[in-house]
Design a protein around this ligand. Sequence first.
Ligand SMILES: [Zn+2]
Length: 430
Amino acid sequence: MVCFSLRRVMVVLSAAVVTIGVVAGANISPLAAKPRWQTLERYQETITRDEFTRLLQNVYATRGWDDLIELGEDSAQICKDRDANTFFTLRFAPENPRKLPAQYWHWIDQLGSASDAKPLGRLHVALDPGHIGGKWAKMEERWFQVGDSSPVEEAEIALRVAKLLAPKLRALGAEVTFVRSRNRPATPKRPDDFREIARTILAKSGVNNPSDSYENGADENKEKSIRWQSELLFYRQSEIRYRARRVNEVLQPDLVLCLHFNAEAWGDPKNPTLIDRDHFHVLVNGSYLPAEIEHDDERYEMIRRLLSRTYEEEVPLADKMAATFARETGLPPYEYTTDTVAKVGTSGYVYARNLLATRVFRCPVVYFEPYVMNSNEAFARIQAGDYAGTREINGVQRPSIFREYAGAVADGLAEYCRNIRTEGRAPSCP
Ligand SMILES: [Zn+2]
């Protein structure tokens, strides 16, 4: 197998925004560290060939893996470094092992029994309200304002949900920590620190004399400017990688809940389009695209995630939490129109997708995307703010959207933990 002989995918600028990885000659995605394949030695002989193949085909590499992974009878040869043409040999277990290598997170069904009132006892949940917010909200393109109404800022309302959710989870017995508790970046870097990398990324995608800046959010050439690319490296890449350090090295939770609000294209943030559609979905890690698997670091993280079996915890949990959330909110499932995801589980609401946060937080991660912030319904509810009880919104009595969100997440997690800690895990079959 010759992994450097792979046809190099032409990277068009629009794809480059998220997936470009060929920086400075290495097949590494932006700001990623060189993968440490030797850390996977502990997973030798911990997975059967059948299980490894099933997880690759059905969860992680659903669109194929070219010749980057070669499945033998007793082992898999996994390309470590496409430039050096080196391989990691993963030896298969002859049969399903009884015990998996230890990792910092605990399986919920191995936390021991729990009382009905405290089904989350001994479970450490880290809450990750999406985005940075504050003075960064407009740069993140997570801000809009209708006329003189209060601006809608995703980071701010996600944090509000997290602060309502934390005491509910603690009352159910959980230890709760925050990956972000203020509207400030976790990364000490700032956009200007990434100007050179931005210039390299643009050059690799054929933009050799990029403009320094852009006019405003509507500037159609903004993606070709150094400023826009370095902002993206700041808030999308560096920020998540610093949050990952906090999750993996400091907090080491059993589960991360990423809390977001969804939106559809709103156009001009000062004159946004409001729509009638509202929906909900949940993401877990998986469905790596062939161009992503070509990056040495993403391939490594994919294999690492597969071997650590996070999927076996994530999918039944996400499925249960999604079903509860749908029941309590009445939101219909979102149907993707892009082919970047794979539907998993049985609720109809859960998708596998390779997002940076779901990939680099090395524990089970359930990523919530409820409500369309620029739907007439959600917009009115966000404007109504937080309140106890119900209020009439567009002719219907509704609870506060923030309390509804927090309550539905807490109820779903409690239901799942009650079931699994009394009845045990059902065999998973993605
Ligand atoms: Zn978001």
